[in-house]
Every structure is written in C-alpha cells, then in structure tokens.
Write a protein that binds this ligand. Structure first.
Ligand SMILES: C[S@@+](CC[C@H](N)C(=O)[O-])C[C@H]1O[C@@H](n2cnc3c(N)ncnc32)[C@H](O)[C@@H]1O
Length: 208
C-alpha cells in the first residue's frame, strides 16, 4: 500500500544553484527547438516537466526523507534531464526511454552535462505490469521494447526512488505498478502538471 508524503508548500522557494539554473535554461531552449521541428504525427509522447520544481523536490527529499538506498530510476526519461539532476544530487541514476527519436536526445543530454546515467532504450514496465491497467489505451502501454531490468540484472525492487511524469489519466496506473513491484520503503516521485508533484512511499507489509 502506498502512503502519501506531503511535499512542503515552500519546496520551490529555495533558490537553484546558478549552474543548474543555467543548464536548465539552455536545455529548455534545446527541447523547444526539438519540439518545433518534431513530426508530431510520429509521436505525441514527450512533454517536458518543470525541471526547476523537480530539482527542488529531489533536493528536499534527499535531505528530509529516509531512503532505502541510492539507486534512482526515471520511467520514460525523454531528454533524461531529471536523471542528470539526480546524478548531480548524488543518486546512482538509471533512465529508460522507449521512443527512438528521444533516446539520442537523452544520450546527448547525458554526454553534454556530463552525467553518470545508465540509459536504456526499452520499456520501463516490468513483465505482466500492463495487466494492471484498467484502460488499454494509456500512453505507457504497448511499448514492446526490451526490458531494462533484465539487461541491468536488477528488479524494480532494487530502486530506492522512481520518478515519472505520467500523462493525464495514467497516474493511478503508475502508482499501481510501483505498489505491485517496488521494495517496501521505496519512494515514487511524480510530476503531475504545473506546480503539482506527488510523493508516495511504499508501506511495509503488516507483521502479525
Ligand atoms: C510526459 S514524458 C516525460 C519525460 C520526462 N520524464 C520528463 O519528466 O520531462 C513521458 C515519457 O515517457 C516515455 N514512455 C512512455 N511509456 C513508456 C514505456 N512504457 N517505456 C519507456 N518509455 C515510455 C515517452 O516516450 C515520453 O518520453
């Protein structure tokens, strides 16, 4: 079962380090340029999160929340900006992206940062996880790519923190997958939309 953790309302009031603010401003331009040129008929999958807010939330939880480890996983990384931020904050960062147009963009971000991020081109959903979806049209479904968990010889329960930016209507699906496969005590951080983030901790099973 997932337990909600409230992010402080002032989480976005702490200033970003100047170097991070500059990097994010230039990445924003690169992403806008990419989206202006992108053939949207081929893919309507990628929307960038508010990276300043995500950085502030990551920094806060790193300082204020108990962790079961330091392994971080971004589900559907797009340009891999959040994974690079996680690396910058001392996480052992892993990222998965299914879309073939976005994987090279993620590689470029990681190379230029430079950051240590294990990037995998494939499907972040564990085997059988699609069966948890009530709606078969959710954008996270139907990516038949290879499994990062097999390639890394890790399972979802080897990660202390998972980050995702679900499309509207698939947030509960991401939560259900995390609840079914993550380790007790692990955290799920989600960017939901402007000024809205959600943080969950997977509870430990009852001892009787
Ligand atoms: C809304 S974007 C978020 C991108 C990035 N995480 C961010 O916060 O800016 C969702 C991303 O997830 C990717 N994606 C969706 N379902 C996926 C799946 N099952 N496996 C891997 N990537 C997936 C999409 O291609 C897209 O890049």
């Amino acid at each position: 079962m997932l337990q909600a953790i409230e992010l402080p309302s002032l989480v976005n009031s702490e200033r970003l380090p100047a170097e991070i603010a500059e990097r994010l401003a230039s990445l924003r331009l690169r992403i806008e340029h990419f989206q202006d040129c992108w053939d949207q008929h081929r893919a309507e999958q990628f929307v960038a999160a508010d990276y300043e807010l995500v950085f502030q939330a990551l920094r806060w939880l790193g300082e204020c929340q108990p962790m079961i480890g330091r392994r971080f996983l971004e589900w559907g990384c797009g340009f891999a900006v959040v994974s690079c931020l996680a690396d910058q904050l001392g996480w052992n960062a892993h990222a998965v992206e299914a879309h073939p147009d976005l994987v090279p963009q993620a590689e470029k971000t990681i190379r230029q940062w430079p950051a240590r991020v294990e990037l995998f081109a494939g499907n972040f959903l564990p085997h059988q996880a699609e069966s948890l979806a009530a709606d078969p049209t959710l954008p996270s479904l139907g990516h038949g790519g290879p499994s990062p968990y097999e390639a890394w010889d890790l399972d979802l329960d080897d990660f202390a923190l998972v980050y995702s930016y679900p499309w509207p209507g698939e947030d509960e699906f991401h939560e259900d997958v995390f609840d079914a496969y993550a380790a007790p005590g692990a955290l799920l951080l989600m960017f939901i939309g402007p000024n809205e983030m959600r943080l969950w901790r997977k509870g430990r099973p009852d001892r009787r």
